[in-house]
Design a protein around this ligand. Structure first.
Ligand SMILES: C[S@@+](CC[C@H](N)C(=O)[O-])C[C@H]1O[C@@H](n2cnc3c(N)ncnc32)[C@H](O)[C@@H]1O
Length: 220
């Protein structure tokens, strides 16, 4: 039987956030700047950012990929936890949003650690595989168009090494995945991926109800 999480009210979620992420002036400024754009909800929350930082550190990751960068918040959380000489390849299609990201990466002193691939991510990942980079990454974060999550997963599984980690954001999709009546394309894609991951013998998984839900998939 699933454990009880009915205590996760908005107040408790805010409490969790306040006790996960330490105050960070630059990230707070980035959140505020992004908030002026209409789509600030796309950004991971502070507690998710802290979680990503911790995972990257735990893994001792030096080579990371991010699919869906937006204004650069999660990229900062990942890049600053990478080991010595570490690099993050950040994939996005938006020149406008990633211009904000580049400015904040520069100010965070991370410009030399983050490389931006401004193109549809499937093509970027396929090119990495063709270029012989299979098995050379430690960590992948998937947070772009939901209908392509499974395609991103299969490519990331090729690109990361055994015992490397893939993290997916928005796996709960505001709870819609558990509502069988919701047949929207993104919900259907996420629900199918969640079903696939829990049964996939190539990985060990844990779905964590943080933010809009994050699944960790550790490659065997
Ligand atoms: C939810 S946002 C990413 C948020 C980011 N991880 C953060 O925490 O700030 C999704 C991003 O995916 C990008 N995106 C959408 N389709 C894409 C594609 N086919 N290839 C690469 N990026 C894509 C969008 O431009 C958008 O910036």
């Amino acid at each position: 039987m699933a454990s009880k999480t009915h205590f996760m009210t908005k107040t408790v979620r805010e409490y969790v956030a306040a006790h996960s992420a330490r105050p960070d002036a630059l990230l707070e400024e980035l959140r505020a700047v992004t908030g002026r754009e209409t789509m600030f909800r796309m950004q991971v929350g502070p507690e998710q950012g802290a979680f990503l930082s911790l995972l990257v550190k735990l893994l001792g990751a030096r080579r990371a990929i991010e699919i869906g960068t937006f204004t650069g918040y999660s990229a900062i959380c990942i890049a600053r936890s990478l080991g010595p000489g570490g690099t993050l390849l950040a994939c996005d299609v938006s020149e406008e949003w990633t211009a904000v990201a580049r400015e904040f990466w520069r100010r965070a002193g991370l410009a030399d650690r983050i490389q931006l691939a401004l193109a549809p991510a499937l093509g970027t990942l396929d090119r990495l595989i063709t270029d012989g980079r299979a098995g050379s990454f430690d960590f992948a974060f998937i947070d772009a168009d939901k209908e392509n999550y499974d395609a991103y997963y299969e490519r990331c599984l090729t690109l990361i090494r055994p015992a490397g980690l893939i993290v997916f954001d928005n796996v709960l999709w505001s709870g819609a995945v558990a509502d069988k009546k919701d047949r929207s394309a993104s919900t259907v894609a996420l629900r199918a991926l969640n079903d696939k991951l829990v049964a996939d013998a190539r990985v060990d998984v844990s779905m964590v109800p943080i933010g809009d839900g994050m699944t960790l998939a550790l490659k065997k």
